[in-house]
Design a protein around this ligand. Structure first.
Ligand SMILES: Nc1nc2c(ncn2[C@@H]2O[C@H](COP(=O)(O)OP(=O)(O)O)[C@@H](O)[C@H]2O)c(=O)[nH]1
Ligand SMILES: [Mg+2]
Length: 203
C-alpha cells in the first residue's frame, strides 16, 4: 500500500480534489478514515453529495483532521491500494487558534513522512511581478523547495475553470520549467486523466 498526500494552502481545493478524484476513480460511498487525537482511527462514511456539502467550504481551515480515503486502482491484472490523504492547509505566520496550529503541525509531519506529494495551488495565487519560484506565495514556495527535492512531486494548478486561469497557468509553466504541473479543475473534474496517469505510475 502506498500513500499520497494532497497538500497546499487553505482554500485551494484540496478536499474538493480528494472527493471528486475518488468519485472519478469509481468510489460511490466515501469512507474517510480519520485519525483521532486519542490515537485510534474512526471511519466517517458519506454519500458523494453529502461529502461535498459537508466537507468542502469557502471558510478557511475547514479541514482540521487528517482524513484519508483508500482507493483501489486497477493496474494490469492486479489491484493496488493507494491512501489519498487530506489534511489542514498551511498558511503564513503563527495561527491564533491553537487547534489549527496543531493541525498544521500534523500536516508538516505528513509532508516529511509521505513519499508522494500532490501540491495543490490556486491558480489565482500567482505573483506576476516576480520571477522563477518567487511567483509563488511564500508557503507554496517552501512546500515546493522541500518536496520537489525529496519526494515524488507534482503541482496541481487548480481552479482552471476561472476566467484568468489560462494566462496565469502560462506564467507558472514558464517560471517553473523543471516541475511537473498539471492544470485541473477539482470542482469540474477536469485534468483528472493526467493525474490518474501520474498516480498509476506511482502505485
Ligand atoms: N472555481 C473553482 N472553485 C473551486 C475549485 N476547487 C475548489 N473550489 C472552491 O474552493 C473552496 C475551497 O475548497 P476546499 O476543497 O474546501 O479547499 P481546501 O481548504 O483546500 O480543502 C470551495 O468554495 C470550493 O468550492 C475549482 O476547481 N474551481
Ligand atoms: Mg479542506
Amino acid at each position: 500500500m502506498k500513500k499520497c498526500l494532497v497538500t497546499g494552502m487553505p482554500n485551494v481545493g484540496k478536499t474538493c480534489f480528494v472527493i471528486n478524484f475518488a468519485e472519478y476513480m469509481g468510489v460511490s460511498e466515501l469512507k474517510f478514515h480519520v485519525k483521532q487525537l486519542a490515537g485510534y482511527t474512526s471511519i466517517n462514511s458519506y454519500s458523494l453529495p453529502e461529502a461535498k456539502r459537508k466537507l468542502i467550504s469557502v471558510k478557511e481551515n475547514t479541514t482540521k483532521e487528517v482524513q484519508l480515503i483508500k482507493l483501489e486502482l486497477p493496474k494490469g491484472k492486479t489491484i493496488k491500494e493507494l491512501h489519498l490523504i487530506d489534511s489542514c492547509g498551511l498558511s503564513d505566520g503563527i495561527h491564533p487558534d491553537k487547534e489549527i496550529r496543531l493541525a498544521m503541525a500534523r500536516t508538516l509531519r505528513l509532508i516529511r513522512d509521505t513519499e508522494f506529494i500532490l501540491h495543490i495551488i490556486d491558480i489565482k495565487n500567482i505573483n506576476k511581478d516576480k520571477k522563477d519560484k518567487d511567483i509563488l506565495f511564500p508557503i507554496d514556495r517552501l512546500i515546493l523547495d522541500y518536496a520537489s527535492l525529496e519526494k515524488r512531486y507534482a503541482i496541481l494548478a487548480n481552479k482552471m475553470d476561472l476566467s484568468f486561469a489560462e494566462m496565469n497557468f502560462r506564467i507558472l509553466k514558464k517560471n517553473l520549467k523543471d516541475i511537473i504541473i498539471i492544470p485541473i479543475s477539482a470542482l469540474y473534474k477536469e485534468g483528472f486523466k493526467e493525474v490518474k496517469k501520474m498516480v498509476l505510475s506511482y502505485v
